[in-house]
Design a protein around this ligand. Structure first.
Ligand SMILES: [Zn+2]
Length: 241
């Protein structure tokens, strides 16, 4: 689709290795490809098809599946952008999964709908893009009980009392503000996807924290602490053939 990528664009080596997929985690503030289909996101479990997401933002949903070669996109700040490629049917999906959406089942809906279209869990290749990491995602202790009671989770979600140090941080990590824990949102998504039967070797994680590691103005939460502004990050995927 293009030869030059915006500075700070990130890729998943796993998705690139498939050969038939084009994808990118664009830097904050950069528009997606012109023909992209994307929805008006509401932290819901709802997923729609590409033709339903044209023109963009006309429909409420938190992910789009492409049955055609149209790029599908989602926009995020600290939430997880999840890009999925089905090796069997050559369908792709872009999913917006924050904590709320993940707990509401958006990943489950995305995988189920791809399976309705002919995928099997073993044919899915998934990249979890840049999001707020356990190094900076402070969660009030009271929220943990809610997470532990969630019927979609069979294992203990990952959190720590002691804030993990991120050796790759290029700016200060978030500072604790209350009685809290440090929560690993990308690990939660990975766990949910593996529960759905997707092999661990077919899930890739881009190890970039939007708060302390990504390019400037990537983090909604950092903006609530410092008011320096934030811009949405578009992540997109399309099939090439
Ligand atoms: Zn961080």
């Amino acid at each position: 689709m293009q030869n030059t990528w915006p500075e700070h664009t990130l890729f998943s080596p796993l998705l690139t290795s498939l050969g038939w997929v084009e994808h990118a985690f664009y830097p904050a503030g950069h528009n997606p490809p012109a023909a992209s289909a994307y929805a008006h996101q509401r932290h819901s479990p709802d997923i729609i098809l590409d033709h339903e997401a044209i023109p963009p933002k006309q429909r409420d949903a938190d992910g789009v599946i492409a049955l055609s070669d149209r790029p599908v996109a989602i926009y995020t700040a600290d939430c997880l952008p999840v890009l999925i490629a089905d090796e069997r049917q050559h369908h792709v999906a872009a999913v917006h999964a924050g904590l709320k959406g993940a707990l509401a089942g958006v990943l489950l809906t995305a995988v189920s709908r791809l399976i309705e279209q002919g995928a099997i869990p073993n044919s899915l290749y998934i990249a979890i893009g840049p999001a707020i990491g356990p190094c900076c995602y402070e969660l009030g202790s009271e929220v943990l009980g809610e997470i532990q009671r969630n019927p979609l989770l069979h294992h203990t979600p990952l959190w720590q009392r002691k804030q993990p140090v991120n050796p790759d941080a290029i700016r200060p990590q978030a500072q604790a503000t209350r009685d809290s824990v440090w929560f690993d949102l990308p690990a939660l998504a990975q766990q949910m996807l593996q529960q759905l039967g997707v092999p661990a070797t077919q899930i890739d994680r881009v190890p970039v924290c939007t708060y302390c590691t990504a390019e400037a103005n990537s983090s909604y939460r950092r903006n609530t602490h410092f008011s320096q502004g934030y811009r949405q990050r578009f992540s997109w995927i399309r099939r090439r053939d």
